[in-house]
Ligand binder design. Structure first.
Ligand SMILES: Nc1nc2c(c(=O)[nH]1)N[C@H]1C(S)=C(S)[C@@H](COP(=O)(O)OP(=O)(O)OC[C@H]3O[C@@H](n4cnc5c(N)ncnc54)[C@H](O)[C@@H]3O)O[C@H]1N2
Ligand code: MOO
Length: 455
């Protein structure tokens, strides 16, 4: 908890507001399309009496750099796991997938009809061949057999005639109603691949289609990188887990929101603990955790019970990012606790926490899971958006046609905007005018989203 609660619904502090006024009250690009004049002035030095926490601009990391740093977390070496197909969706292959069998594994009928041998007309055998039957009797020239799609082609068959392209007389003799081409509608064994052929390289994301291919090629399990294990520590004595807010207490919005969001980012959430504002409980929880990623919520600022920094110091953690030049969420942090264990400290304000998730947790989890960065893209803004004078802003938007429409209720403590958003737009320092192209960060469930796993 900080002493600044009374300002929390306001987007800018006094100094920021003044900076906006100094820039003519229009911190957006001019008509030439340049954002030139609103380039931030250097951060005020310590002791200038500006009212802004001077330490913030000395240590804060630019937003893009913070994302890059988080994306450089080393993966545990030599970790790969054998995972059953039903648990492999969204993982990344750690070994090549080579065909375990020919595909198709036998000459297969591509259609329902008759398998025939030699030129017609043909005598049709009494017994047909269905899919799943083993080794049908070989055909001799002038013979035909009724056959189903997916059934094994009898030896010496020369073609399959579709049921709509043949007719039989009362003596069960078959006549083709179209020319018959040798080999037609027969899928020869090994047409797609031979046993041992490479199908997919390591690093491939396991999509539903990959699961299908792996199963078709004979796999029960695949070798994949394990899901990064995440633990969530929710801090704050003021938080209720049920019922209406009362007597200064509020509902914990992050406990319900973060675990599914982390899963959507590819993590396995191994625990969610509510620790109140108990510094010792936080120290113990951090010391005893064996998660790859610990996510804390709240307590990142310098208020009387903001314990994250002091406890990280006590534990000798290495602060990789201590504050980011982004709004909301600038007090977010990234620390390395142990060689292969990171902590992302999310600010307590809920939209600030989302900003931290997207800025730090997303690239970190992506790297740990061995996934590549999604292709970045831009869309033109529907309406102009005010910027922060120095920092990047992330604002919730809905995507309508080829435009990004900024949403209201985007204050740091608000979730009303993000709850209906498709994405976040990246607003450069100084703001953006209507029509300006902005980078768009899809929310993990709004993307093609196969890594979404809400179970
Ligand atoms: N003197 C200053 N005070 C603050 C600054 C600053 O620069 N100087 N930054 C403000 C900003 S911006 C943010 S964001 C917050 C970050 O504070 P903490 O990470 O220490 O978070 P808390 O103080 O614990 O909580 C902030 C706010 O969020 C509410 N909260 C916390 N957890 C939850 C939760 N699980 N669900 C819903 N709401 C939660 C909490 O009650 C507070 O209202 O610091 C500002 N102060
Ligand atoms: O309320 Mo703070 O700007 O969101 O990080």
């Amino acid at each position: 908890m900080t002493a600044s609660g009374q300002y929390e619904e306001v987007d800018f502090d006094v100094e920021e507001a003044l900076a906006l006024v100094k820039e003519g009250g229009a911190p957006v690009a001019d008509d030439s399309g340049s954002t030139g004049p609103s380039r931030p002035v250097p951060a005020p030095a310590a002791g200038t009496g500006s009212g802004k926490d001077p330490a913030e601009h000395h240590t804060a990391t630019p937003w893009q750099r913070a994302r890059a740093l988080a994306g450089r977390a080393p993966r545990r070496p030599d970790t790969s796991v054998s995972v059953t197909l039903d648990a492999a969706l969204g993982l990344v292959l750690a070994a090549p997938l080579a065909a375990l069998s020919d595909l198709p594994s036998f000459d297969t009928s591509a259609m329902d009809g008759w398998a025939v041998a030699g030129p017609g007309p043909w005598d049709v055998r009494a017994e047909g061949v269905l899919a799943g039957q083993n080794e049908p009797q070989r055909l001799t020239d002038g013979e035909a057999v009724r056959i189903a799609t997916g059934a094994r082609i009898p030896q010496d068959a020369s073609a399959v005639i579709r049921s709509e392209h043949g007719r039989t007389d009362e003596k069960e003799r078959l006549y083709a109603t179209r020319d018959v081409v040798h080999g037609q509608d027969i899928r020869p064994r090994g047409q797609e691949c031979r046993s041992g052929d490479p199908l997919l390289p390591p690093g491939t994301l396991v999509t539903p289609a990959v699961l299908g291919l792996a199963a078709a090629a004979g796999y029960d399990t695949v070798t994949a990188l394990p899901r990064p294990r995440a633990e969530v520590l929710v801090l704050g004595d003021e938080l209720l887990t049920e019922g209406l807010p009362h007597d200064g207490l509020i509902r914990d919005a992050l406990g319900p929101m973060l675990p599914p969001w982390l899963r959507a980012l590819g993590a396995e959430v191994i625990a969610v603990r509510r620790l109140g504002d108990d510094a010792e409980a936080l120290r113990k929880a951090l010391k005893n955790s064996d998660a790859d990623l610990i996510v804390t919520t709240g307590g990142t600022a310098a208020g009387p019970v903001d314990h994250v920094h002091p406890i990280l110091r006590r534990l000798g953690a290495e602060l990789l990012v201590d504050g980011v030049e982004v709004r909301p969420g600038h007090p977010m942090l990234l620390a390395r606790l142990k060689e292969n264990q990171h902590l992302v400290g999310l600010p307590g304000n809920p939209l600030a926490a989302v900003s931290g998730l997207i800025t730090l947790a997303e690239p970190l989890l992506r790297t740990l899971a061995g996934r590549g960065a999604p292709e970045s893209y831009t869309l033109p803004l529907q309406d102009r958006v005010h910027g922060h004078p120095y920092d990047t802003r992330l604002i919730p938007v809905v995507l309508r046609g080829d435009r990004a429409v900024p949403l209201h209720y985007n204050g740091p403590a608000m979730l009303r905007g993000i709850a209906v958003a498709d994405a976040l737009a990246v607003v450069p320092p100084g703001g953006a005018r209507a029509g300006q192209e902005l980078e768009i960060l899809d929310l993990p469930w709004a993307m093609a989203g196969i890594e979404v796993c809400f179970t």
